[in-house]
Design a protein around this ligand. Sequence first.
Ligand SMILES: NC(=O)c1ccc[n+]([C@@H]2O[C@H](COP(=O)([O-])OP(=O)(O)OC[C@H]3O[C@@H](n4cnc5c(N)ncnc54)[C@H](O)[C@@H]3O)[C@@H](O)[C@H]2O)c1
Length: 231
Amino acid sequence: MPDSSAAKCPVAVVGAGTMGAGIAQIFAQAGHPVRLQARKRETLEAALRRVRVNQDELIRHGLLRSEDAEAARGRITVTQNLDEALVGAMFVSENVPERLDVKQPLFAELDRLASPETILSTNTSSLPITQVARDTQHPERVVGFHWFNPPHLIPLVEVIRGDRTADMAMDGTYRLAQSIGKSPIRVQKDIVGFVGNRLQRALEREFFYLERIGACSGADLEVALKQGLER
Ligand SMILES: NC(=O)c1ccc[n+]([C@@H]2O[C@H](COP(=O)([O-])OP(=O)(O)OC[C@H]3O[C@@H](n4cnc5c(N)ncnc54)[C@H](O)[C@@H]3O)[C@@H](O)[C@H]2O)c1
């Protein structure tokens, strides 16, 4: 289980597309050694380019120092090999495509390869955590850890309990999220859409409905949202 008070635990990030690259970046910027895994070399090269672009944006806005950015990039090791990615990893963030037929066999493999105390998290946006963990021997260590895009900018992350997720996995993930500067919430039921996206979709539905019935212009609705909601 990751202990945020001790030395920064090694993290494996599996899948190096839009989310995997940004998540590897955030863990590395928080001081964690990161192994970023993808099957294709080009994916890994593109991910490292994406990290640099994201960091340049933060540097331009005075949110990151260039020497810290460089040090963080130095903490990211890339590999095409899943076994290698998992060596010493205490926490896994899975970021492969949103398909159960891809995630289920991957989690069976992660469960087989990772050391017994390692937490296995999925960044699924919409699949039940319980289903993602279906083919593992230890579903108690599988937890939802849902980030929002772009992961280097949006503070909210959801820590989601599957039907068999243990408190150890929930609490360890929650504390880890706090320690890397994110704003975690606990989602205690494995419900469709979890919480963040449900709230956002509900607001969007109302926004477009009010605009369609002519209750308010889009511009005025934006004022209502930006100026009227409690901050
Ligand atoms: N993009 C978003 O806005 C967003 C936001 C929150 C959560 N998510 C979730 O994050 C996950 C990843 O989404 P993304 O947008 O980064 O997708 P993406 O397509 O950008 O990246 C997925 C990567 O996984 C690789 N991949 C496929 N199978 C693999 C395997 N077996 N092992 C290792 N790598 C494999 C692909 O080559 C690709 O590089 C999905 O579950 C998605 O629902 C996405």
